[in-house]
Design a protein around this ligand. Structure first.
Ligand code: ADP
Ligand code: MG
Length: 265
């Protein structure tokens, strides 16, 4: 807050006290106070509450609003393709998943500790759904998240190819979030730049102790092709798996569940 702005408050020639207060709250960017002080002050007088009650109510409003704004901003930044929650997930349809484990991951301790989570299994069993749901929980627990499919990451890298500075900026943008979700680690044609990028991303995130969630329908040994040379693949896989919770899902595709029911009946 600059001195100039604050002095505007003293110089302002507002006619009523309410206007002066509102002006000051706007200068201080206390939007929760600003939107509720007039109504709350009337309520507090009517119910014979104390000035400290009034202050406490205003602080609550301000904190709630700031929290809502943070969550909205982080949801936009995360770029989830759709919103999927744990509440919407039918665990009875997928008994191979340990529900208790998923709910303990939702506490986001793995993000605090910089651990990884890997969902492996066939199409439609809920890997992306659960990864987004854990991402949402992380945001609620105060950790920022970025979601991207590997295919889109490769496309982003391709756009920056032969431009070292843009590639570095791109890498920095994927290193920043506390949790990065790399969706659909499946088969892709990758240039040497993309392989190099992915290798650096894994190694730096490991060194920074920041978490990754992977989803894939490929066996681990097939991932090696993503990192180029053999020794690099081994090093990257070691960092990914070494500190990961691996969740193997074996079951039917949820997308096909109604079709399966029809066949059975
Ligand atoms: P995967 O990533 O394993 O291919 P998705 O997570 O994309 O599968 O799931 C496909 C669709 O089915 C999504 O719309 C998802 O929300 C839904 N879905 C999958 N499994 C479940 C489940 N057990 N309960 C509720 N919805 C599910
Ligand atoms: Mg998926």
């Amino acid at each position: 807050m600059s001195r100039k702005k604050i002095s505007c408050y003293y110089l302002s020639n507002k006619s009523s006290q309410n206007e002066r207060i509102l002006h000051a709250l706007e200068l201080l960017e206390l939007d929760g106070f600003a939107s509720s002080f007039a109504r709350l002050s009337e309520e507090v007088i009517a119910s014979h509450k104390t000035p400290l009650d009034f202050l406490e109510l205003l602080l609550e409003k301000e904190i709630l609003l700031k929290e809502e704004t943070r969550i909205e901003r982080w949801l936009r930044q995360a770029r989830f393709r759709r919103i999927k929650t744990l509440k919407d997930f039918d665990f009875s349809f997928q008994p191979s998943i340990d529900q208790t484990l998923i709910y303990s991951l939702a506490e986001s301790e793995f993000v605090v500790k910089g651990k990884n989570v890997i969902f492996v299994g066939p199409q439609g069993v809920g890997k992306t759904h659960l990864s987004i749901a854990l991402g949402l929980e992380s945001i609620n627990h105060g950790h920022d998240v970025r979601f991207i499919r590997l295919e889109d990451l490769i496309e982003n890298v391709t756009k920056c190819e032969n431009d070292g500075i843009r590639l570095q900026r791109l890498l920095a943008s994927f290193l920043r979030p506390k949790l990065l979700i790399l969706d659909e680690i499946d088969y892709y044609t990758m240039s040497d730049d993309a392989k190099e990028f992915l290798f650096k991303l894994i190694m730096h995130r490991h060194n920074n102790r920041t978490s990754l969630i992977f989803t894939s329908n490929q066996e681990f040994y097939e991932w090696a092709v993503l990192f180029g040379k053999k020794h690099r693949a081994a090093a990257a896989m070691d960092r990914i798996i070494g500190n990961a919770e691996i969740i193997q899902i074996e079951g039917e595709s949820y997308r096909l569940k109604d079709k399966i029911k029809k066949l059975v009946n």
